[in-house]
Design a protein around this ligand. Structure first.
Ligand SMILES: O=C(CO)[C@H](O)[C@H](O)COP(=O)(O)O
Length: 251
């Protein structure tokens, strides 16, 4: 294949990935109605949703939204979307967010964009959580995407060793890497914490791992979202299909 041709292919697949993310976002937006209190996710897929929502707000749709990151807050503000905080609006009707991976039981890995803590708090404050994703995020077993774990800065090295020990107890062995914003500069979350990316490989028992990680004192939260997503909008070449229940409870 010529260099020019392969460049064109790369551009084309990037275009279709974005088109799929937007299609999933558009499908989720159909459930948004007048007066809703919404949680706004973080990441490139969630950004499509915020963009489309902004257009609906300009047309007169009235909603109030809680963003899950400073990045999403800035985008929503720039589009004139009315914003609130969880202190002012502690209960939300619906959160729409992306994911790094999901399985058939609607369990997710999130945190690739570093916003997992606020994303989980906002999702847990919502009656429903819709995940929007392209079909490449669907997996049989979670874990191909390294699991992000948010940790306190105090005692970070010790907390990493604790995570390693706990994971080993579940048969999970893989390199842990402190996330960097740039080479030599640690990534800091909106909440002021570090992120450790844990490349465990296949996580056969996500529920057990989630419980053990949550019990480690220095762990602020982890990217396993279990029992939170109520529906997943999956965009593929054939259109958008929905896993779960758009009007109901988590599986
Ligand atoms: O969890 C997240 C941010 O913390 C994102 O939702 C996740 O990383 C997916 O991002 P993208 O839509 O860009 O693939």
């Amino acid at each position: 294949m010529s260099e020019r041709r392969s460049e064109a292919n790369v551009r084309m697949s990037a275009f279709s990935a974005e088109a799929m993310k937007r299609a999933a976002a558009r499908a989720a937006l159909e459930s948004v109605t007048h007066g809703m209190r919404l949680g706004l996710g973080t990441g490139s897929t969630a950004a499509h949703f915020v963009d489309l929502l902004g257009a609906r707000v300009k047309e007169g749709l009235e909603v109030v939204c809680v963003p899950t990151s400073e990045r999403t807050r800035a985008q929503a503000e720039s589009l004139g979307i009315p914003l609130s905080t969880l202190d002012e609006t502690p209960q939300l009707d619906l959160t729409v967010d992306g994911a790094d991976e999901f399985d058939a039981a609607l369990r997710l890995i999130k945190g690739g964009g570093g916003a997992l803590l606020r994303e989980k708090i906002v999702a847990a404050a919502s009656t429903r959580m819709f995940v929007i994703a392209d079909a490449t995020k669907e997996v049989r077993t979670l874990g191909a995407f390294p699991l992000p774990v948010e940790i306190d800065r105090f005692g970070a090295r010790s907390t990493m060793l604790h995570i390693e020990r706990v994971a080993r107890g579940l048969g999970l062995i893989g390199p842990l890497a402190m996330r960097e914003a740039e080479p030599g500069e640690r990534f800091i979350t909106d909440g002021g914490h570090y992120i450790v990316d844990c490349a465990f490989g296949a996580i056969d028992d996500p529920d057990a791992l989630a419980a053990r990680l949550s019990a480690i004192p220095g762990v602020v939260d982890h990217g396993l979202f279990i029992g939170l997503a109520t529906a997943i909008f999956i965009a593929g070449a054939e259109g958008v299909r929905i896993l779960g229940n758009i009007s109901g409870d988590p599986l």
